[in-house]
Design a protein around this ligand. Sequence first.
Ligand code: SF4
Length: 285
Amino acid sequence: MAKKFPPWLKKRVIINENLKKTSTILKGLKLHTVCEEAGCPNVNECFSNLTATFMVLGNVCTRNCRFCGVKKGESLPVDNTEPSRVAEAVKRLNLKYIVITSVTRDDLADGGAGQFAKTIFAIKQKIPDSKVEVLVPDFKGNQESLKTVFLAKPDVFNHNMETIEKFYPKVRPQANYKRSLNVLKFAKEADFITKSGMMLGFGEKKEEVIKVMQDLRNVNCNLLTIGQYLQPNKKCLEVERFVPPEEFAEYQKVGEKLGFASVVSGPFVRSSYQAEEMFSKSKKV
Ligand code: SF4
């Protein structure tokens, strides 16, 4: 088990007016972010840049991924005012590129797809030239739910593979590797820019990581993020290995050779890290 934090996992804490402004706006509008709920190491940096990844459908998940710090249990009722509150926050933060994600709501017939669609519509209505990326759960592979999200025309469709196939039972027991690939394939067939993400540090080998990258390119996935898994709390899996920055750099090169329009790979990289930059690179797809 990897215990001691290596030198490259030191993060400068930024505290500035923007950080306070972002937190105040989010609190004032009673909004959740995955940044705070999952304990993202970049939260200070992103909030200080007046950006955040909104988490809709409450902050309690119906699944129990062993790497995730989000609360698990009885989910909250769907709040119909949430889409307009997110759009209001986007306006106040003057965001042009917005990422929306959610907990997984296996308790809802549409898995929460309707709330994603309403939130995209509310943002695009309020800020017509905005770009919206959705980081979605797998909706149990339900194509009607996926079509509901497609109808709202997100600019980037993101769904994480998270780890290698053989670790799914240990790391994300309610997910399915092939199902997640098919979700991305279905979005690509609907002509969306697609994106996915992985975390390393569970003991995966290089060739296994590259296999996931190849599987993603086989479904024409355009964008990829690769980051270091960090244990959010004692209930979650321990880190098996801290992957050195040089290895992340290698994966970036391999990914570009495989044909991804953009790969962002590094210890602190998370699904929506540098999302706007990646989107601009995706335009050449
Ligand atoms: S589906 Fe898994 S990763 Fe996503 S919020 Fe729920 S527990 Fe966390």
